[in-house]
Design a protein around this ligand. Structure first.
Ligand code: TXA
Ligand code: MG
Length: 336
């Protein structure tokens, strides 16, 4: 199949919407990362998304909407807290896990009785959902296990020839995926951290928010770990991995810098090509924006080893970036 490259013109968005309506797959920009969209109410279309990505089918997808009224078809109830979060954060980078309505095919939710929904804060994404006139199920538009795509070229590198079209828009403004918040229980639980932080959600909801305990463990977590049963099935798979070996160096900033320098020199003696990721201190939004793109860039350069400096402050957005960094390294951490 030849992947059509579409622009963000109204006419091209209409073309993309027609592809979605007829059961095809379209990659499109959101403010977080590029998504790979299919009609969320069409089980056969959603099945093709799993195939194109090589994604395990028990890993559910986020359903994207353009108006809160779209929720009527998707969720069976909304609590007052959920409504206040939607009011405040939508459109935006917060995904809410809600009790699923009957119209949502099981394949979207991996058989779970909950559904993850968000309204993206991107004009092109919203125009596409509106033109398609149906909710769009969309995981990140990368091959399963690879870094999430923040530019159209990342999507083409992974999925060219496997999907019907891409709307090749701007680079993504945020750069890491949305915060996933489970609002179905007594307590609000963050299943995946993002730029909408625990503190942001607590300030708006007025209630205490917890992290899924799986997020607080600094060790490899995969399906072989017996006691590891995350609520968000996506958390258990190998994620965001570059081709190169990767090591995260954690500690006082000066020590991190000198360890990176030492390890770089040593690796170069043995003939390894080394790439370094070291963000400015406290520049968390910039780190979020650049991290996945940097991994792909270093892979393209063909480095053998990536040395990444851990962020020094891991509250809020820094915590979300560190979650991605640790996972992409396979929890290969050196403390200095
Ligand atoms: O920013 C984003 O969220 C991007 C853009 C395209 O919107 N999408 C994205 O989708 O990151 P994906 O499929 O790569 O990640 C979705 C995450 C996975 O970890 C999945 O397990 C979790 O959300 N998830 C989806 N439905 C869920 C549910 N019903 N309950 C718990 N976790 C769910
Ligand atoms: Mg993903």
């Amino acid at each position: 199949m030849q992947t059509k490259i579409l622009t963000t013109s109204n006419e091209d968005i209409k073309t993309a919407a027609e592809i979605i309506k007829s059961g095809g797959l379209v990659a499109f920009p959101t403010e977080t990362v590029y998504g790979l969209g299919a009609n969320a109410l069409d089980a056969a279309a959603v099945k093709k998304v799993y195939a194109a990505k090589g994604r395990p089918s028990d890993n559910p997808m986020i359903v994207h909407i353009a108006s809160v009224s779209d929720l009527d078809r998707l969720a069976s109830e909304r609590s007052a807290v959920a409504m206040s979060l939607m009011d405040h954060f939508w459109p935006g980078s917060l995904t809410l896990v809600l009790n699923k309505g009957q119209e949502v095919p099981d394949i979207v939710t991996g058989g779970s009785d909950t559904v993850a929904v968000r309204m993206p804060d991107d004009a092109v994404a919203l125009a596409l959902i509106t033109a398609a006139d149906r909710p769009i199920a969309a995981p990140s538009a990368n091959l399963s296990g690879k870094p999430s795509p923040t530019k159209p070229s990342h999507v083409m590198d992974d999925l060219s020839g496997k999907i019907d079209a891409i709307i090749a828009g701007n680079d993504c403004r945020v750069g890491i995926e949305s915060t996933v918040l489970d609002v179905t229980g007594e307590t609000l639980v963050i299943l995946r951290p993002g730029i909408v932080t625990k503190e942001d959600i607590e300030a708006v909801s007025g209630v205490h928010v917890e992290f899924d305990p799986a997020l607080l463990k600094e060790e490899p977590q995969n399906d072989k770990t017996e006691d590891f049963k995350p609520k968000s099935p996506g958390m258990k798979y190998k994620h965001y991995a570059p081709k190169a070996r990767m090591m995260v160096i954690e500690g006082h900033r000066d020590n991190v810098k000198s360890e990176i320098e030492r390890a770089r020199k040593q690796s170069e003696i043995t003939g390894d090509r080394v790439g370094v990721i070291l963000f400015e201190e406290k520049a968390f939004a910039e780190a979020a924006h650049d991290f996945f793109a940097k991994l792909r860039e270093l892979d393209e350069q063909g480095v053998d080893l990536i040395l990444a400096g851990a962020l020094s402050d891991t509250d809020g957005v820094g915590f979300a970036v560190m979650n991605r960094m640790l996972k992409s390294s396979g929890y290969n951490i050196v403390r200095v």
